[in-house]
Each structure stands twice: as C-alpha cells, then as structure tokens.
Design a protein around this ligand. Sequence first.
Ligand SMILES: NC(=O)C1=CN([C@@H]2O[C@H](COP(=O)(O)OP(=O)(O)OC[C@H]3O[C@@H](n4cnc5c(N)ncnc54)[C@H](OP(=O)(O)O)[C@@H]3O)[C@@H](O)[C@H]2O)[C@@H](O)CC1
Ligand SMILES: [K+]
Length: 552
Amino acid sequence: MTELLTASQMRALEQAAIASGEVTGLELMERAGQGVVEAIFEEWPAFAPAAGVDWGPAPKPPGYLKQEEKGPWRAVVLCGPGNNGGDGFVVARLLAGFGWAVDVFFYGDVERLPADARVNYERWSEVGSVHLWNDDAIEGRLDGFVSGDRSSFEHQLVVDALFGVGLTRNMPVDTERARHGFVPTVTHTPQSERPKYVAIDLPSGLCSDSGVNRGAFPTDLTVTFHRPKLGHYLFGDNHFGGGPSLCNQVSVIDIGLESSRADQPVLLMDSKNLAAKLSKNSCEHKFNHGSALVLSGGSGRTGAARLAARGALRIGAGLVTLGVPPAAQLEVAGHVTALMVKRVADADGLAEVLQDKRLNALCLGPGLGLERARALVPVALAAGRASVLDADALSTFADDPRTLFDMAHKRCVLTPHGGEFARLFPDLAEKLNAPAEKGPAYSKVDATREAAARAGCVVLFKGPDTVIADPSGRCSVHAAAYDRAAPWLATAGAGDVLAGFITGLLARGFAPMQAAETATWLHVECARSFGPGLIAEDLSEQLPHVFRELEV
Ligand SMILES: NC(=O)C1=CN([C@@H]2O[C@H](COP(=O)(O)OP(=O)(O)OC[C@H]3O[C@@H](n4cnc5c(N)ncnc54)[C@H](OP(=O)(O)O)[C@@H]3O)[C@@H](O)[C@H]2O)[C@@H](O)CC1
Ligand SMILES: [K+]
C-alpha cells in the first residue's frame, strides 16, 4: 500500500536526507522543479520540446534561447514566500530554458525567502523578471481567462507555487482577487479552451494533513514529491470541496528520498495481495470459512440486516444466519434462501444462540432498532466474538458512549458514518468541524485514530474518504476519488452491505483491521464495476465478477 504523509513527516524525511549528506536542499528543489516540468510535458505533450527532455548528469540550467528562438508557449508562475515558491522559480527557469515566455509573480518578501528558495529566486532573476504581487496587474494579465474568449488568452499554463506543505492558515485575502481572475474558468470552461492550471505539491490553500480547503481553487494537475500527502486523499470539510476535488489528478515525483522512511505513515488501500487473501482452499468444509450471525430488527425493518447477511455470504463466510425476533420470522423466511434463520427474541435468546461456538462473527446494527440494539450489544460483546457494530448498535449508546467502549474488545469493528461518529465521539467531531486557526488542521485521520484508541477497537469512519484505524495507531485511508471514484455508492443500504462484507471476512478469519480494509476496497470496487444505476442490492451480486477480475 502507498504511504500517505503529513507535512511534518515529509519535512522530517527531507531533513534526514539532508543531514545524512545524501542530498542538499537545493538538489531536492531542482529535482522537484524538473519533476513538475516533466509531469506537465507528459500530461500535455503539445507543450513538450520536440527533442524530448534530457536534464543531463547534474542539475544545470538548460541553454537559454533568444527571444526570436522561443517557442509559442507562455506561462504564468505564481510564487509564494517559502520553498514552494522556490520550486516555482525552478519551474520558471526550466520552462524558459525550453523556450517558453514566462511571467513570474512573487507573493512575499525577498529578504525573508528561505535560503534555497532565495538561490532559485536569484537564478531566475538572471533569466527573467519578477513582478511583485499586485492584484490589478495580475488581473490585467489574466483578463482572457475571465472572458473565456480563447483568442484573448495570453498564457497556456498557470503554475501555482504559492503555498505547499507549509500552509498554516487560510489563504491570504490579498491573493484572492488575482486568483479569482482565472480560476472560474477551470470549473466552467472546457480544459481544451483555457490555460492549464498546475499546482506544485498542493493546490495553494489545501491543507496537506486534513484535505480541508482553506481557500484553494480546483486545478487540472497537482504534482507532488516523494509520496502523496494525506490532503490529496482526504476530503476535509466537504462543504468546500477539499482534497481530491481540488487536485483533479495527482502525479507523484521521485526526488531521491527513497532510503528514508516515515514513522507510522497512513496507508492508502489498494488491491495488492487481495486475491491471495481472498481465495479458498478447495478441500475445506463450509465451517472452515466461518459462521456469521447477523441480528435483524423487527417486522418491516428486516431489509437492512438481510442486505448485510447477503454481503457476508457472498464475500465467502461458510454459513450466515439471520437472528430475527419471532414476529419477523415469517417475513424474513419469505425473502431468504441460502441464509439460515434463527429466532432471537431478546438478550437471553441471543445468549442461547451464542452457545453455538461455531458462530465466530457477529453483525449488529443495520435495522436493529435502538432498543433491541441496547439489549443485544452487551450480550454479543460479552461473548468475545469478532463483531461489527454499525448504525443502531452505535447510536443506541449516544447518551453514554463510555459504556460501549468499556465493553468493546480488540475483535470489534465500529463502522460509524459522520452522524454516528459525532454521537459517539462528540468532542472529536467538534474538533474536526472547528475552523483551523493555525498549523495543519485536525484531520479525519487524527479523529479516527483517537476514536480507535478510546474505543479500544478498530474504527472505520465512513464517507467518500473512509478512514480505518486501530488502537495502536495503524491507519489506512480509502478515497472514492480519482481512478477509484464511485459516485453511485452514495445510496440507501450501501452501509449495511459494507457491515456485512466486514462480518463475512471476520467469519473467514481475517483480522479486524484487515477485514475492514479489504471490505472497504471491495465495496467500492463492486460499485465501480456495476456503474450507474447501482442500488445496494447490486453490491453483493457484483462480488463474483469482482473476484473473477481479481483472479481470486
Ligand atoms: N519537504 C521536502 O522534502 C521538499 C519540499 N519542497 C517544497 O517546499 C515546500 C514546503 O516549503 P515550506 O516549508 O517553506 O512551506 P511553503 O508551503 O512554501 O510555505 C511557507 C511560507 O508560507 C507562509 N504561509 C503559510 N501559510 C500562509 C498563509 N495562509 N498566508 C500567508 N503566508 C503563509 C509561511 O509563513 P509563516 O507561517 O512561517 O508565517 C512561510 O513563509 C513543499 O510544499 C514543496 O513544494 C521541494 O522543494 C522539495 C523537497
Ligand atoms: K502550491
């Protein structure tokens, strides 16, 4: 799985590499600039020099062309007061070396530039001029962007090097007018008819650790270094469209920090090794694949549990039983075939059913009803079986979450969505929703890790970005974004199916963290594989196809 880093982890890696003498800050900055230029040429081949790109053995400025020899392209590079701006000066110099006409606008104080950025400011100054930030001047330059009239576009490329991982507060107001000058076209004008907008490291204003949008605008391409940052994958505050909705696509450039490792990085889920984990041995009995019990609510409320149970069965649990109250038994029996049905009237009834030691995974919550959940959860947790608690099994403890955490054990997985998370962890939800004053904003990763430590079990915090953490701090993220976007997954009952998938994998013997991660990936994959028109019932039915594609 790919590592996702925070700003401070990235800085620590950079510092360690520099301190070891492996590389200098200037070399890193040069490689970063080169990587950005290469990514631009790769994304839009029309921009690339016909002879290709060869940086030579050591970083050196390419031979500069005379004005009459310059190519047809023109770029605006917006440089900020830190090293992100330094990268921008490198990009400006390299583009000029390829014959581009480049306008550099600098937001900051030259005297206070960090050393490496200052060197690159000077290097650029030998090649071209630096316009000090002035809203009116920039707006004038970018008039064509606003009018949307192609013939009036002076620039084909805008490079955003204002702020990267060093963003500590909201975007300064005095950059807004200028940026508004060109950004509306990114969302409203087809890409082919307007200049391309490229962000270095992060769209300026995107918080690297949380994905919170602190004043960034959507870009066409974001080029980052060494590893993606959490902010590229977390949506932050959804009201303002954070993370993935701002980056559009993320290109990750190797700048030679491979030998350094971050401390407890968050992992981005992928499908590596999934097939091997999911395959079954042909000579095993159904009980070798586990036996799951999904507790259902009363009459008229059994659909959610049936969805979960079907998911558990399709994902490979050997046997799945629905535990239903007597009044709902007929209703359920009419709907299920491969599932078993057992009467579970109340807490005593559950205790009795759990005498069967083969039942090794439980699912409580979908459609369970608050009262029934309150009665059944303590019995289920006391039995010590691997358990998924979702929906009503979480909300029923809204008044007293501590009671739930005291009962929860290491083989539990809690699967709250935003509302349920706020009911169980009101203080963490408040921190998550509070506007960040300074430094990187508190993130969904921070909140999920704290929640898992407090609950003493795995917490899977659902959303378009799903974050999973265990009490030790291990944490992984899945964003339904970029090549994993699954817009049809936001449908009633999808969460019930996810709970069922996790339960089924727990029954099969997956560890809680691994079950939660694998189920999340498969859940999105089923939605993607089915495509438009998806409803919750389709998710489980899509699993066989997804398994075939994975070569399970
Ligand atoms: N790490 C690496 O390995 C590599 C890193 N590289 C590059 O360096 C970048 C990180 O550089 P960086 O640390 O200098 O931070 P950066 O984002 O330029 O901003 C800091 C400046 O902005 C200021 N400032 C912040 N927020 C503000 C606001 N809202 N409004 C106004 N001002 C604000 C802040 O001021 P302060 O908060 O200190 O008052 C400070 O002056 C990274 O993203 C990548 O592009 C590459 O070269 C390759 C290797
Ligand atoms: K930037």
